[in-house]
Design a protein around this ligand. Sequence first.
Ligand code: PLP
Length: 424
Amino acid sequence: MNHPAAVPAIPTLATSPLTRTDPQLAALLAEEEARQRFKIRLIASENYASSAVREASSSVITNQYSEGYPGARYYEGQQIVDQVERLAIARAKALFGAEHVNVQAHSGSPANLAVYLAFLKPGDTVLGMQLAHGGHLTHGSKASITGKYWNIVSYGLDPQTKLLDYASIRELALQHKPRLIIAGHSAYPRQLDFAAFRAIADEVGAILMVDMAHFAGLVAGGAHPSPVPYADVVTTTTHKSLRGPRGAIVMCRAEHAAKIDKAVFPGLQGGPHNAITAAIAVTLQEALRPEFATYAGQCVANARALAHGLLDHGFNLVTGGTDNHLVLVDLRNKGIAGKPLAAALDRAGLVTNYNAVPWDEQPPQNPSGLRLGSPSMTTRGFHEAEFRRIADWIARVVDSGLDDKVIAEIAVETQALCAGFPMP
Ligand SMILES: *Cc1c(COP(=O)(O)O)cnc(C)c1O
């Protein structure tokens, strides 16, 4: 990393025990902090957790084992951690209105696997969104355990509009009678119709799971409809738009509580990561504040400004725009693939990821799309004007044919903009 003069001394690291005991690792973390500080981060699944969240996530409570659940542990010494976990659960209930909450799943993928374990036998049929159209690996990809142990039927998008086609999802459900239907995505730039999913699940007697990993922060802030009233079970990561530590929450109707808890522990895991539980509690308290609703609304406004900027520069967007926190660019009319563009943008100080677009002719290792998200830079205080500039920079990089001189110019500009927007 090369951040001449611009890198301030980072006092917390410079004086920390880590710097004394492991200067090599401390130096790497300082470089990572500089990277996060001086680049415009547009990975749709990332964010900046607050210092309070990070403090809780590395606190002494990490020293403790606490297999089981509050009031029902297998170890002594649970006086405090029980209160911490109950606090996290109570705040999740207050924020999302869920009847039952489990905060122990170590991350989004294990949370989803816990739902499979709770409701399914190996070989049962699951209807989920195709990975290539924006679903997640854990919604039944062959590369995931979910695609190996269960019978997966995948739904996709309408070939014309690239929107979810609820009539065809219903057809598939009627034909295959899934035990579990999964709604949710990692790369779909539109809101979901949870009532439509509920109606389909009811018609075929399926359990409805909504995986809101990507857009949980928008739900928390009132910028996206909530799936909680519709779904039997809702899973989410805590580190994406929700802006917490790397972890997960599983919420469900009271009738499924015992099944879900048993699936997480002892079904899949041993002891919970207590420091993460503590950090989740802090995250949820932050998300209950009015400022969080402002942030969530701004995430959507910023993604929309980015989309409009890109459309003005002649980019094609999957579904033509966005109404959540992410934009999926289809680069095929620009004669450039996602991977070399993402690499060039990173050199220009714009961190993105290459992504498949629906019906991509190119392989997933070098697909035709680019995924962009607004949460990280919204957290840092970017508004529509800054997101318009991002669209302009992306267009300049593409129009230059990934020219090194243009990229170097833009790198200076992006770094200068970042300097005005401190990271937490
Ligand atoms: C990110 C994501 C997950 C998985 O989360 P990990 O914490 O990376 O395991 C699950 N589902 C969806 C829809 C996601 O976007």
